[in-house]
Design a protein around this ligand. Sequence first.
Ligand code: BT5
Length: 318
Amino acid sequence: MNEEILNILKSDPNGFTSGEWLCERLGVSRTAVWKHIEALRALGYEIEAVPHQGYRLAECPDKLIPEELQWGLKSSLIGRRILSYDVVRSTNDVAFDLAGKGLEEGTVVVSDGQTHGKGRLGRRWASPKGKGIYLSIILRPSLPPQGIAKLTLLASLSVARAVRSLTSLEPRIRWPNDILVNGKKLSGVLTEMSAEQDRLKFVIVGIGINVNSSHELLPPEATSIRLETGEKCPRVPLTQKIFEEFDRIYRDFKGGETAPWMEECRKSSSILGSYVRVEAPTPKEGYALDLDEEGALVLRLDNGFTERLFAGDVVKVR
Ligand code: BT5
């Protein structure tokens, strides 16, 4: 019901909607309408109430809640269902549990803050409350477990595209899972999976973005959209844009039509053409030659051989 009232108010952003009309349209009493208006106010909506005129939506909160994220969302799969939390340990953990219980593909778990946000290999992801975007997407692609390297890269591309289209920034992708702006880390992707022998049961794509965080809340090598542009950035439209970008890219991924997207990953790469050190799992140094169609980094080693890597941390040497 909250959502219905909101949709009515949102579709007439300048005018007033009479209480009486709302009652009729929704088939409830005036008191019931009033209670829902109060509930919406508690969520952060500024709703004016003027006698004899009715209600007007003056301002929507920049909150990552379904009421906001699903309004006008143009994706067909990603974000069709959204579960929103105030604070959780890690959205990836919540999504992993829910996927295990059968929640459908495209479901997104989003939280305003995380107490134990995770990076790869047991590392931490700083997740100050209200300052960033922390979300995890449940996916059920049919592919072998090694296919997730490419999925991680394509999720990073979705974030880069969304940031590029809504800000003045020029994000670069640092294989396999980072988005950098001016050489500093703005966003990271953590892909986890549940697999049975050679079959994937589900995949969780976790995305963290520093939106309005200040330096004190982040590690030294990190940055945020606000720090780079000098302006506060609303989180709702950016999250919607990520859903929409990933929706398209993921559809092509499932259809095996990712060549143009992979080409864009190469063009947006921060490391191709540089001499790099890949720290993990076994340290390697070489010239970053290519990102191949499977999402592997192709290195030309000093001995002239090439090697394909599916995971690791890259540091530019020169
Ligand atoms: C990542 O790991 O970059 C993956 C981050 C994924 C976070 C999202 S938030 C929603 C979802 N739920 C989760 O629990 N996680 C996902 P990795 O490449 O291993 O990088 C981790 C390293 O980045 C840390 O060791 C720090 O050096 C640095 N770091 C930590 N917090 C950061 C932040 N907020 N911004 C930039 N860098 C950060």
